[in-house]
Design a protein around this ligand. Structure first.
Ligand code: HAM
Length: 453
């Protein structure tokens, strides 16, 4: 075992896992962009107070799970446990929510690492990655519906089929939650001698959070507790009915779970979770969750602007749906084999010119990366031809491009097809653009029209 190990619950994402992560990320990014969401990059550190104010003082995240420390200036900072609070803070700070009436909605998305000191287990990490989307400025159910349609589209594109469940609920407005909180507090007080000190404190300070308790001894008491549905205001009930109608129209299957309350305090009205649905006996995991948070912008110092959003847990999704993702680690298209002193001296410069020709033939504009460029890996070292070819084989390269003394003398390269039963071929290297085009043809790329720089 190596001397240094990563911190418990904090993982490395290894190259073959990165491929799966990137497949999901790029699919999500394309869909967010197609729905008009703009990317915002948010800091990893924020003042602790921001999370206390938004997520809530009496929540598992703020009470137990944040990585918090004082910096040398005595400011209390926390590693972000989620993105909504930062996104709202940034949107207010930079005036992104001004003029919403004229401009319509503000749609933002973000991604990156988040940190919670939870008990590590399958799908639960201390550093994890989320992709989040937030829509500001629309109070109607269509905004919630848009988010759910976007997620359904993503899951379809990722080939998840119907191997998931969408659960939705409504929490009502702030007043109905307050009334429900009072009813819950009354109810739990009846059992106060059975409750731990921690739970008794929650009953006093935030009774809704008692419902999140995983304590097996409390489950029967929680199951018989009053339900939120009995305390809802009429406008929230209508909002929820509209959302359900919209989901029906969009042919998105869902289940109403009247007991879903979510572990963060900022929600009002719609809340939802996407859960894995595999074999009946398997535990279910939430891989995406969100809802409406109409009071949060004002609570953090902005105007009263309604908002809604979700966050998608990348690591959890990839670990649950690995077999649905076709991502495979990339293998070289071309392995460059060099034998002899002259070839080893001259071919690196030659390869640089080939790359430039390939770039010109791609579709990218100057300054852009051309993701369609073939992967060309150079053999480092002066081993014999057979050893270098064995290496190309091991890496599962499609072609080996051989430069030995014979090729150098003739100003040619030999193309050896590593995966197909085809005769090898010689290509002149005197005109680089011609050479690049021939190489692309050997790779069965559609050779684009010759573009001069
Ligand atoms: P959340 O339910 O706390 O909501 O997290 C959203 C998703 O992040 C979870 O469903 C899960 O997939 C992933 N996640 C959370 N904690 C962990 C963990 N310890 N390990 C692995 N994955 C995890 C939020 O964060 C809200 N900000 C969502 C939101 C956006 N609501 C409105 N806008």
């Amino acid at each position: 075992m190596s001397k240094f190990q990563s911190v418990r619950g904090i993982h490395d994402i290894l190259p073959e896992q990165v491929v799966a992560h990137k497949q999901v990320e790029s699919c999500a990014q394309a869909i967010l962009q197609a729905f008009g969401y703009q990317e915002i990059r948010l800091p990893i550190l924020e003042k602790t107070e921001l999370f206390k104010r938004s997520i809530g003082d009496v929540t598992d995240i703020v009470e137990k799970e944040m990585y918090t420390f004082k910096d040398s200036g005595d400011t209390l900072l926390s590693l972000r446990p989620e993105g909504t609070a930062s996104c709202v803070r940034a949107a207010i700070q930079h005036g992104l929510l001004g003029g919403l009436l004229e401009k319509g909605q503000q749609r933002l998305w973000y991604s990156g690492p988040f940190f919670r000191r939870e008990r590590p287990q399958r799908g639960r990490y201390r550093q994890f990655y989320q992709i989040g989307a937030e829509i500001f400025g629309h109070a109607g159910a269509e905004a919630d519906l848009e988010l759910l349609i976007m997620m359904a589209e993503l899951l379809q594109r990722l080939d998840v089929g119907d191997a998931y469940t969408l659960e939705i609920n409504t929490l009502g407005d702030l007043e109905s939650r307050r009334r429900y909180g009072l009813a819950l507090a009354d109810y739990f007080q009846k059992f106060s001698h059975d409750l731990s000190e921690e739970v008794r404190l929650r009953v006093e300070r935030n009774p809704l959070r008692v419902l999140d308790s995983k304590d097996p001894a409390l489950q029967d008491i929680i199951a018989a507790a009053p339900v939120l549905g009995d305390y809802l205001d009429k406008a929230s009930v209508d909002h929820f009915a509209q959302l359900q109608e919209g989901l029906g129209e969009a042919k998105i299957a869902y289940r109403h779970n009247p007991r879903m309350v979510r572990g963060l305090d900022y929600y009002s009205r719609t809340v939802f979770e996407f859960l894995s649905r595999r074999e009946a006996e398997e535990p279910q995991y939430t891989f995406c969750a969100g809802g409406r948070y109409d009071g949060l912008v004002e609570q953090l110092g902005g105007r009263a602007i309604p908002a809604s959003g979700f966050a998608f847990g990348l690591d959890r999704f990839v670990s649950l749906y690995r077999e649905h993702l076709q991502a495979t680690a990339s293998t070289p298209d071309v392995y460059v084999v060099c034998v002899g002193e002259q070839a080893r001296r001259e071919v690196p410069g030659l390869m640089r010119r080939i790359q430039a020709s390939l770039y010109r033939m791609g579709t990218a504009r100057p300054g852009q990366a051309d993701t369609r460029r073939p992967q060309i890996v150079f053999h480092l070292g002066d081993e014999k031809l057979t050893t270098q070819l064995k290496k190309a084989n091991k890496l599962n390269a499609r072609l080996a491009l051989i430069f030995a003394q014979d090729e150098m003398d003739a100003q040619q390269a030999t193309v050896k097809f590593m995966r197909e039963d085809k005769a090898q071929k010689r290509i002149s290297i005197e005109d680089m653009d011609y050479f690049a085009q021939q190489l692309l043809q050997c790779l069965c790329y559609n050779t684009p029209l010759h573009k001069k720089e």
